[in-house]
Write a protein that binds this ligand. Structure first.
Ligand SMILES: Cc1cc2nc3c(=O)[nH]c(=O)nc-3n(C[C@H](O)[C@H](O)[C@H](O)COP(=O)(O)OP(=O)(O)OC[C@H]3O[C@@H](n4cnc5c(N)ncnc54)[C@H](O)[C@@H]3O)c2cc1C
Length: 407
């Protein structure tokens, strides 16, 4: 039985471990944290956005760039950095923002999302893992007529890909989600995606890890950070750690999310990833909380009822690698959420505050390939805004690639 290590126990790493274990590999799952799902997967917006997939670099974002650069859009921040990787990332991001590139990237992401959806259906049939999965449906809310009219074009293009979305008036949206009657903002119209689902990504990571240990004999090495690779004539021989002996292994997958750029000396491909920091606030679910997932397009807020909790997530801050939690930015999220929904207007001891880094490429497409410099090392990184949605499809693609390269 071939042995393989997966570095990173977020949604991407755990899903990759699952695909490989099912194909008969003996997997060791490694993470610097002591619990799976502690990185960007821990407090995300929980959306399985099968029909969204929109790449971040878009003509609309570019039109808005002057306001973002001047700090006038509360949802975005750019911390300018005199770092060649940051500048190169920025230039490549701009090159991906043309209408043609945007649609090419978005279609490729939607394709991967469709594969993920298919793989998730299989996983739900094969395992009994619990992660508050629910076919919740999603409403994208547009506060002005111009942005709603622009959304119409994208909905039509997605229809051609057989994705089901409906354009609704505020009244029609309120019929689907009655809690919107209390939504304290203009709603010029909504796009409803009945097939979108949600689930707790952190619970998924923990439950699927346990399942793999129990049913596939997977080994875990948690609380240990990989700091490099030993190679021999360009072939992987071992993983190096900061705090334990090397692990001799000839095949490994790097699925370290926003941690990947720290290994970019050995894996230059990881330079294409910038952390885009976001925040979330989770409060107890109340009787009046919306059950359908909501995205407030203007405020860039996503709301989700996950089990007995209600979460708002948002903000996109292009920060320096390694920058931490920013109290002021979290305050901006709380204020924006409180301005539209009563759930966030009072604070309680049970509120959970969180921040994480989306590992984002200029095209928003993940990097799923064999490492250029090291034979035996594979990459599954850079899933950006949609890593939870794309995790299983990416894992499947990488497992196919590893299978075909081993002949
Ligand atoms: C606010 C916010 C909201 C979001 N909402 C959604 C959403 O609704 N839907 C969606 O699809 N996506 C969403 N995302 C994006 C999604 O959460 C990420 O794309 C996804 O979690 C990335 O998964 P990952 O496994 O690549 O990274 P992570 O979950 O960060 O996992 C990487 C793991 O690697 C470990 N690691 C790193 N370096 C090393 C090392 N050297 N050695 C050992 N271990 C290492 C880390 O400890 C970590 O556990 C959101 C993100 C944010 C921040």
């Amino acid at each position: 039985m071939a042995e393989i290590a997966v570095i990173g126990a977020g949604v991407v790493g755990v899903s990759t471990a699952y695909m490989l274990a099912r194909r008969g590999y003996r997997v060791t799952l490694i993470d610097a944290a002591s619990v799976p799902g502690s990185g960007a997967s821990a407090g995300n917006a929980a959306q399985l956005s099968w029909a969204y997939g929109d790449a971040m670099a878009s003509p609309a974002l570019i039109r808005h760039l002057p306001a973002i650069a001047l700090g006038l859009d509360p949802a975005f921040r750019i911390r300018w950095q005199a770092d060649p990787d940051f500048l190169l990332w920025g230039l490549r991001f701009l090159a991906n923002a043309t209408p043609g590139r945007w649609w090419a990237n978005t279609s490729a992401i939607l394709d991967l999302a469709a594969l993920s959806q298919q793989e998730l259906a299989m996983l739900l049939r094969e395992t009994e893992i619990a992660f508050d999965y629910r076919l919740a449906g999603k409403l994208h809310l547009y506060s002005d007529a111009a942005s709603f009219a622009a959304a119409r074009g994208t909905v039509d293009r997605k229809k051609a890909l057989r994705l089901v979305q409906r354009l609704l008036s505020r009244e029609e949206a309120e019929d689907i989600e009655p809690a919107l009657r209390l939504y304290q903002s203009e709603i010029a119209g909504a796009v409803y995606t009945p097939g979108d689902a949600l689930g707790d990504a952190a619970a998924y990571c923990r439950a699927l890890t346990d399942h793999l240990v129990q049913h596939y004999g997977m080994t875990t090495l948690l609380g240990h950070r990989v700091c490099g690779f030993h190679t021999d004539k360009g072939r992987l021989r071992a993983l190096r750690f900061l705090d334990r002996d090397d692990l001799e292994i000839e095949m490994a997958v790097l699925a370290a999310g926003a941690g990947a750029p720290f290994l970019s000396r050995a894996v230059p491909e990881a330079r294409a990833i910038r952390p885009v920091r976001g925040y979330s606030l989770t409060v107890p679910l109340s009787e009046g909380s919306p059950r359908v997932s909501l995205t407030d397009v203007k405020r860039k807020l996503a709301f989700a009822a996950i089990g007995d909790r209600f979460r708002v997530a948002g903000l996109a801050d292009i920060t320096a690698v390694g920058a931490g939690f920013d109290r002021e930015r979290f305050g901006a999220l709380r204020m924006a959420a409180a301005s539209v929904l009563p759930e966030f207007q009072v604070t309680s001891r049970d509120d959970a505050i969180w921040s994480g880094e989306r590992p984002t490429t200029p095209s928003s497409q993940p990097i799923i390939c064999a490492a250029r410099r090291t034979r035996g090392l594979y990459l599954n990184i850079g899933h950006g805004m949609l890593g939870w949605t794309l995790a299983l499809g990416s894992a499947r693609r990488l497992a196919d690639l590893i299978g075909s390269s081993r002949g």
